[in-house]
Design a protein around this ligand. Structure first.
Ligand code: VGL
Ligand code: ZN
Length: 203
């Protein structure tokens, strides 16, 4: 890897978000070869891993009378309820077998607290509890970030907006992301990322 202040942040390329998984993103596995090819061009590779306890509060199964994709109000705001996914230690939580994981300098797990979800790689869904990634990147002098992965409209979107607000120079390679797209969530995410100053590449 070249010694440049540029990190590739690869969001949640895990079995459960790929075809056949519990929360499959359409074509979620179509981005993997392109992501692998980008790794040697950056100064650092970071992987994030959605990593939930079996009774996580973002799971519809934990809310009587609720179904996946219903909305509930949590103390930190509105939360989409999901099918059970990325349970700690499950095969679904593993990185997709075609993703190169050896080049990763850092693997960041998120969503491990039962009572709060964490879409962003930087803050949990209360927008204040840090994951520690900001400190890691700053300590290494990594100021330029390229984000790729799953899903464009949830974890990539929240991560990119937070990174831009924190003052990083952020690009999202849309060709190396795929979306869930619930009720216009992709369009809303693209607008919000653009307003936050994220450079959207391959739109
Ligand atoms: C994600 C929904 C629930 C994501 C994670 O990686 O975008 N989406 N957990
Ligand atoms: Zn999740």
């Amino acid at each position: 890897m070249p010694d440049i202040p540029h990190a590739l942040i690869i969001i949640d390329v895990q079995n459960d978000f790929c075809p056949g998984g519990a929360l499959a993103v359409p074509e979620g596995d179509a981005i993997i070869d392109g992501i692998n090819a980008l790794m040697p061009e950056v100064g650092a590779v970071v992987l994030t891993q959605d990593w939930h306890p079996a009774d996580h509060s973002s799971f519809a199964s934990q809310h009587a009378g609720k179904a996946p994709y219903d909305l509930v109000e949590m103390p930190y705001g509105t939360q989409v309820l999901w099918p059970d996914h990325c349970r700690q230690g499950s095969d679904g939580a593993l990185f997709h077998p075609r993703l190169h994981i050896d080049p990763a300098d850092m693997i960041l797990r998120k969503g491990f607290r039962r009572q709060i979800d964490s879409y962003s790689a930087f803050f949990e869904n209360d927008h204040t509890t840090p994951t520690g990634l900001e400190g890691y990147l700053r300590a290494r002098g990594l100021t330029r970030l390229t984000l790729v992965g799953l899903a464009t409209d949830f974890c990539v979107n929240y991560s990119a907006q937070d990174a831009a607000k924190l003052g990083f120079e952020v690009s999202v390679r849309l060709d190396l992301c795929r979306a869930i797209d619930l009720d216009g969530s992709l369009d809303a995410a693209l607008t919000a990322m653009g307003s936050a100053g994220v450079n959207l590449i391959g739109r």
